[in-house]
Design a protein around this ligand. Structure first.
Ligand code: SIN
Ligand code: CO
Length: 375
C-alpha cells in the first residue's frame, strides 16, 4: 500500500496551482508496481493509448500504439521512452498508486501515465495544461522546470510532441525512487534520463471554460432543452432600421441566460460530463445475464463486487438520489447507496443490507452493464 509522506492539505495551500516543487521521498520505500516488460505488453494492446518516442541525434520521433512486438526486440541502448496512458485502467498494481491521492476529487483526476525511459530518453521540453505529480520509480531522471508560460511552441512533430524552446530552470533536480515532482499547468518542463527509469504521472484535469460551454451546448441539444423561439407580443416599430434596441438585446440575452438558470440541468450536465473518462476502460459485459440471486449468493459467500478500475462514479453533495457513471445517470432508491458505490472500490456483504431489494437490483444492473464485476 502506497502512502504519501507529506500532508496533502499543507501541500495544496502552498503549491497547488501556484508553483512547482520537488518532494524528496514523497512516497517512502517506493517499489515499482509494474515492470517494464508488463508496460511494453500494455503498449501492444489495441485499446491502450501508448507512444514510443525517440530522440537520437536530437531527431525527435513519436510512434503511436498499439506498438508492434518487433519494436521491443530491437531496442537501442539509449534515447527512447515508452509512454502508456491510463495504466490504472489496465494494471491492478499500477492502480494502487492512485489510492494515496484519493483525498483529491475523482472528477478532477484524469489518469496514471507510466513511462519507461532508457538513458537520455525523454519527450523534450514542453508545457502541459494540467496538474501532474510525477513519481519517480526505479532509476534516476533529471528534471528541469521553468517559470510559468515561458517558451514558445515549436512545430509539433507528428502531432505528438508539442515542444517548446529551451527555458531557464527554476527547478533542476535529479529524482530518485519515491521522489515526487509536482508541476502545475503552464510551467515548462523537461525530464532527462540518467539511469533507465520508470516514472508515474498522476495527471489531473484542468476544465476549460470554453470546453464547458461547448459541452453544455451539446447537452442542451441532446436533451432538447431551450426548444423555444423568440416571443415578443409587445413588438413595436423603430426609427432606425439597423439598430438593435436595448429592449431586444435584453430579450435575446434572457434566452441565452435561461439555459444556464436551471440548477438541475447544470448539475446533471456537469456530473454526466465529469463522469466520462478520456481513456478506454476495461468494461466487459458478462456473457450471460447475472441474476439478483447470483449477486446475493456471491456476497454471502464473502465475494467482492468490484468496480472496474478507473471507472468514474460520481454524486452531488446534498443530492445523492442520482449517481453518474461513465456518462450515464442512474436514480438510486436510497441516498446511502451513492457513497458506497462511488467512494469505494468494491462492495462486500457488509456494505449494505442484502435484504434490501433495491440495493440488490441496482448492484445487479451495474454488474450486467460490466461496470462492476463479481470477484
Ligand atoms: C515524461 O516522463 O518525460 C513525460 C511526463 C511529462 O512531462 O508530463
Ligand atoms: Co509534461
Amino acid at each position: 500500500m502506497y502512502q504519501l509522506s507529506f500532508d496533502l492539505d499543507s501541500f495544496l495551500a502552498k503549491y497547488w496551482h501556484k508553483q512547482p516543487t520537488v518532494i524528496k521521498h514523497g512516497i517512502t520505500n517506493f517499489i515499482d508496481p509494474i515492470s517494464p516488460e508488463e508496460l511494453a505488453g500494455l503498449a501492444m494492446e489495441e485499446e491502450v493509448d501508448s507512444r514510443f518516442v525517440t530522440n537520437k541525434d536530437d531527431h525527435w520521433q513519436a510512434q503511436h500504439g498499439p506498438l508492434p512486438e518487433s519494436l521491443f526486440s530491437q531496442l537501442e541502448e539509449s534515447h527512447w521512452q515508452l509512454i502508456v496512458q491510463a495504466c490504472n485502467h489496465w494494471h491492478p498494481g499500477a492502480a494502487e498508486l492512485v489510492a494515496p491521492f484519493k483525498a483529491l476529487p475523482q472528477w478532477l483526476f484524469d489518469d496514471l501515465m507510466v513511462c519507461y525511459s532508457a538513458p537520455q530518453g525523454g519527450v523534450g521540453p514542453h508545457i502541459d495544461q494540467y496538474d501532474v505529480f510525477i513519481i519517480q520509480g526505479s532509476g534516476k531522471r533529471r528534471w528541469q522546470v521553468g517559470a510559468a508560460d515561458e517558451g514558445q511552441y515549436q512545430e509539433s512533430i507528428q502531432g505528438a510532441l508539442r515542444q517548446i524552446e529551451s527555458f531557464d530552470a527554476i527547478i533542476d533536480e535529479v529524482l530518485e525512487p519515491g521522489d515526487i515532482l509536482y508541476i502545475p499547468p503552464g510551467f515548462p518542463h523537461e525530464g532527462n534520463t540518467i539511469e533507465s527509469s520508470m516514472s508515474y504521472s498522476m495527471g489531473f484535469r484542468s476544465p476549460k471554460e470554453q470546453e464547458l460551454l461547448s459541452h453544455f451546448a451539446d447537452y442542451v441539444l441532446a436533451k432538447e432543452k431551450g426548444d423555444v423561439h423568440l416571443h415578443n407580443p409587445q413588438m413595436q416599430t423603430q426609427r432606425n432600421h439597423g439598430e438593435i434596441l436595448r429592449s431586444d438585446l435584453t430579450l435575446l440575452t434572457q434566452m441565452l441566460q435561461s439555459a444556464l438558470e436551471s440548477k438541475q440541468d447544470i448539475e446533471n450536465f456537469l456530473a454526466l460530463n465529469l463522469s466520462q473518462s478520456r481513456h478506454q476502460l476495461d468494461i466487459v459485459e458478462p456473457e450471460e445475464v447475472i441474476s439478483q440471486e447470483q449477486v446475493c449468493a456471491h456476497l454471502e459467500a464473502l465475494g467482492h463486487v468490484v468496480k472496474v478500475s478507473g471507472l468514474r462514479a460520481l454524486y452531488h453533495a446534498n443530492n445523492a438520489n442520482h449517481i453518474f457513471i461513465n456518462g450515464e445517470e442512474f436514480s438510486v432508491a436510497e441516498p446511502a447507496f451513492a457513497p458506497i458505490l462511488c467512494d469505494q472500490a468494491s462492495i462486500t456483504l457488509d456494505s449494505y443490507s442484502i435484504e434490501s431489494p433495491s440495493w440488490l437490483a441496482l448492484l445487479t444492473r451495474l454488474v450486467n452493464l460490466g461496470y462492476w464485476y463479481l470477484d
